[in-house]
Design a binder for this molecule. Structure first.
Ligand code: UTP
Length: 295
């Protein structure tokens, strides 16, 4: 196991097909759908930067080139803004531009599953621990989810998976972990089960889409057979790795929105809009009227 305790690199798998969001995702990647006024991917990148991540690795696929463009400068647009003295807009664009050389893009040629997408990043990650953020899950909390996970990782050296509590009757929809002894702001994971049959879940703590993994996951993914959905599953590989390495759960105390699903995306837009001082006043009243008019 790598002795490195600093998490410098983050992997963003953005090669999925986004079938739950068709037809919107026919031509626009779901990571570029907008929550209030930023694409979903920007929220996730901001969370990574807040946690001290220095290198952003995107695993993309065909028709995802717009994500690469988004993280680059747009010369004509910036020239026009400059000519029109639009300083605030220019400053905004500069503030979201990653440091030169701090992004890498690789392609997953076929969408063979999340586990396969992560494996595609192996050369770019190298032999060090890395963060993995599912870019359609966006989080809202006092402390960024990944920031809390990095602290737990630096304290424990374990692989870290973020978890949240769900209603027990919803556990069959998620990856669920078994609860062991307390470690810092979390606990040791005794078990990982992907979508347990109703009534069989070891707890109601579900995996919410954030991981810090040791590089030993890569050789396991390389030989991992296809699992559920005929895809190479990350959870299956983590279960194998847990035979030789510790996995800790970081209990994230905030809200997660699955922006890859229509309901999660709509709720994210409402929640993030209501959290914005410039938008809340014009949204709150009409929203209350809409809800009170529901039959
Ligand atoms: P999802 O389960 O959300 O799959 O993937 P999906 O294909 O993107 O969306 P649906 O279910 O068809 O609507 C979880 C994450 O893993 C990435 C996705 O981009 C998403 O961030 N992924 C999934 C890949 O990068 N490659 C894959 O082959 C599968």
């Amino acid at each position: 196991m790598s002795q490195i305790r600093k998490v410098r690199k983050a992997v963003f798998p953005v090669a999925g097909l986004g079938t739950r969001f068709l037809p919107a995702t026919k031509a626009v990647p779901k990571e570029m759908l907008t929550v209030v006024d930023k694409p979903v991917i920007q929220y996730v990148v901001d969370e990574a930067l807040e946690a001290g991540i220095e290198h952003l690795i995107f695993v993309t696929g065909r028709s995802k080139a717009v994500i690469e463009d988004y993280f680059d400068i747009q010369v004509e647009l910036e020239q026009t803004l400059r000519a029109r003295n639009k300083t605030a807009e220019l400053t905004l664009l500069e503030s979201i531009l990653p440091l030169a050389g701090s992004t890498s893009f690789t392609r997953q040629q076929e969408p063979l599953g999340l586990g396969h997408a992560v494996w595609c990043a192996r050369e770019l990650v190298g032999n060090e621990p890395f963060a993995l953020l599912l870019p359609d899950m966006i989080m809202k909390g006092e402390k960024g989810c990944l920031k809390g996970m990095v602290e737990l990782f630096e304290h424990s050296g374990a692989n870290v998976i973020a978890v949240e509590e769900c209603a027990p009757d919803q556990a069959h929809k998620y990856g669920i972990v078994g609860v062991g002894e307390k470690i810092g702001e979390g606990f040791a994971i005794t078990k990982m089960v992907e979508k347990p049959a109703p009534g069989t879940a070891p707890s109601n703590f579900f995996i919410n889409g954030r991981y810090i993994l040791q590089p030993e996951i890569f050789p396991i993914l390389a030989t991992q057979e296809r699992g559920a959905g005929n895809e190479i599953q990350l959870t299956d590989a983590m279960v194998k790795l847990s035979a030789s390495q510790t996995f800790a759960a970081y209990h994230f105390r905030g809200e997660t929105y699955d922006c890859g699903a229509k309901d999660g995306f709509i709720l994210a837009n409402i929640a993030f809009a209501l959290a914005r001082e410039d938008i809340r006043p014009s949204v709150e009243g009409p929203l209350k009227t809409l809800v009170s008019g529901l039959k």
